[in-house]
Design a protein around this ligand. Sequence first.
Ligand SMILES: Cc1cc2nc3c(=O)[nH]c(=O)nc-3n(C[C@H](O)[C@H](O)[C@H](O)COP(=O)(O)O)c2cc1C
Length: 191
Amino acid sequence: MRTTIFYASKYGTTRLIAQEIGELLSTHDQVTLLDVADCKQWPVTDDGFNKAERYVLGVPVYAGKPLRNMQRFCDRYASELEKKPLFLFVCGMERLPEKQQQEMEAAFPENLRSVAHHVAFLGGALQWKKMNFVERLILAKITGKKGDQDLVSHRNIKKFAEVMVGAQPKSSVTPENSGTDESSGTPGTGS
Ligand SMILES: Cc1cc2nc3c(=O)[nH]c(=O)nc-3n(C[C@H](O)[C@H](O)[C@H](O)COP(=O)(O)O)c2cc1C
């Protein structure tokens, strides 16, 4: 299957998560990774056709909101994105499940969430040296800590990729991966 992963990332963590998902899918899928900051138009291949059979969208949350360029991308290309199976993930440092849920709702518009096969919160990381002064102040106040922090959930990333593998038509799934019970492809929320 051909999967295109669109991501937005300010400091690189969401890009790394997108890459990790891409690597986990790569035994089953032909994966293309695209930063929405580079998508000035809806991406098409050299021969003028978009051959992706499904899409992944990934975005980090800043002060409760998704990065603007992903918001704009979703608004601009909703009609294209809705045409194919869609999988959404959110990147952030929030630990409380109910707040993660709120952030997932804020991260993507309702029209995309309602058709998505899966929505998951995959954690995040703070790279202290890359952050500006104001960001450091805010984060030190919120988390009570200074310095790098890594809450990326590799377990949830693996689950996310397993859901995607399970959601493929049976003919394109290898036998050893066909038995996952998270494979229903029904709309849902990861934890
Ligand atoms: C100034 C600032 C505000 C943030 N606000 C939130 C927030 O409201 N909720 C959350 O879950 N994570 C928040 N984060 C954490 C980021 O979502 C996390 O660092 C993420 O991994 C960043 O992804 P990126 O490196 O791809 O931009 C914040 C980080 C910074 C620096």
